[in-house]
Design a protein around this ligand. Structure first.
Ligand code: C2E
Ligand code: MG
Ligand code: MG
Ligand code: MG
Length: 280
C-alpha cells in the first residue's frame, strides 16, 4: 500500500513537473512573440533628489501586458528571458525604447536602465548596443545610467571590468542595484568603475525596526561619498523613511511614496512646465 502511494505520489509530481515545463515553454514562446510584435511596454519610476524634492530622472522598468494573464511581473519574465537567451534581444529593446523616451524629456532628466548579467556574456556587445541606442535616440550619454547587480561582478571579472570601462568611456554612468542583499563585497566598491550605489529596499524597510540598520546605511553613504559615488535609497514608502534616509545622507530617493512606475505619457514632470519645479 505504501508502495502504491509512493508510486502515485511520484507520478503526481512527474505530471506537475511536465505541466510546469509546458507552461514555461508556452510563456517563453509568448514572450518572444510579444517582443517581436512590440507588445512589451516600459514604465518609468521617478528618482527624486533627497534634499530639494526635485525629480532628477526615472528608472525604466519593463512591463508585459499579457492578453490573458494580465501584467506578468518582470521577476517572472526577465528570469525566463535569461534562461531562454531572449534577454539579449529584450535588453536591446529596453535600451532603445528607454533612450528614445528619455530624449523627449527636458534635460537634464536622466533615465536608468537595468542590465542583466546575461547581457555581458558576449565581449564588446553591450557597449555596442548602448552606443547604438544613444546614437539613434540622440540622448546625451550623461543622461543614461546603467544598473548592474553584484551577481555580474562575481564571475568573469576581467571581461566584465573591460565592458564597464567601455561603457564608462561612452560617457554613461554605472549604478550598482540592490546593494546589500547579495554577496556584497566591499571590494566591488573600489574594484569596479561605479558612479552610484542603490541601497536595496530591505534597508529602507528595516530602518525603523533596528538602529543597527541606520548605522549601516550611514556607513555605506559615507563610504560611497568618500569614493566619489552617489547613493540612492530604494523602496521609500513612508514619510518617516524619507526623512530618515535624507538625514543619513542618501542623495536620491525612489519609492511608492514619491511615485509609482507609470506609462510614459503619465510622468509627473509633465504636470509642470518646468521639470525643475516638479514635485510629486
Ligand atoms: P529593481 O531594478 O530593483 O527595480 C525596482 C523594483 O522595485 C521595481 O519592481 C519597482 O516597481 C519596485 N518598487 C519601487 N518602489 C517601491 C516601493 O516603494 N515599494 C515596493 N514594495 N516596491 C517598489 P518591478 O518593476 O517589479 O521590477 C522588479 C525587478 O525586475 C527590477 O528590480 C529589476 O531587477 C528587474 N527588471 C525590471 N525591468 C527590467 C529590465 O528592463 N531589464 C532587466 N534586466 N531587469 C529588469
Ligand atoms: Mg533597478
Ligand atoms: Mg533596484
Ligand atoms: Mg530592488
Amino acid at each position: 500500500r505504501a508502495k502504491a502511494d509512493g508510486r502515485g505520489t511520484f507520478r503526481f509530481y512527474d505530471a506537475r513537473l511536465d505541466d510546469e515545463l509546458q507552461r514555461r515553454r508556452r510563456l517563453s514562446a509568448e514572450l518572444r512573440d510579444a517582443l517581436a510584435t512590440n507588445a512589451l511596454a516600459l514604465h518609468f519610476q521617478p528618482l527624486m533628489d533627497a534634499g530639494s524634492g526635485r525629480i532628477v530622472g526615472y528608472e525604466a522598468l519593463a512591463r508585459w501586458p499579457h492578453p490573458e494573464r494580465g501584467w506578468v511581473p518582470p521577476a517572472t519574465f526577465i528570469a525566463l528571458a535569461e534562461q531562454t537567451g531572449l534577454i539579449e534581444d529584450l535588453g536591446v529593446w529596453v535600451l532603445r525604447a528607454a533612450c528614445r523616451e528619455a530624449a523627449r524629456w527636458p534635460a537634464p532628466l536622466t533615465v536608468a536602465v537595468n542590465l542583466s548579467p546575461a547581457q555581458f556574456r558576449r565581449d564588446g556587445a553591450i557597449a555596442e548596443f548602448v552606443s547604438v541606442a544613444l546614437r539613434e535616440s540622440g540622448l546625451a550619454p550623461e543622461r543614461l545610467e546603467l544598473e548592474i547587480t553584484e551577481s555580474l561582478l562575481m564571475a568573469r571579472t576581467e571581461p566584465v571590468l573591460r565592458a564597464l570601462r567601455e561603457l564608462r568611456g561612452l560617457g554613461v554612468s554605472i549604478a550598482m542595484d540592490d546593494f546589500g542583499t547579495g554577496y556584497s563585497s566591499l571590494a566591488h566598491l573600489w574594484r569596479f568603475p561605479l558612479d552610484r550605489v542603490k541601497l536595496d529596499r530591505e534597508f529602507t524597510q528595516s530602518l525603523a525596526d533596528d538602529a543597527k540598520v541606520g548605522v549601516i546605511v550611514g556607513s555605506v553613504v559615507s563610504m560611497a561619498h568618500a569614493l566619489g559615488m552617489s547613493v540612492t535609497a530604494e523602496g521609500v514608502e513612508t514619510e518617516a523613511q524619507r526623512q530618515a534616509l535624507a538625514a543619513h545622507g542618501c542623495d536620491v530617493l525612489q519609492g511608492f511614496l514619491l511615485g509609482r512606475p507609470a506609462a510614459p505619457d503619465r510622468l509627473p514632470h509633465q504636470n509642470n512646465q518646468n521639470a525643475d519645479k516638479a514635485l510629486v
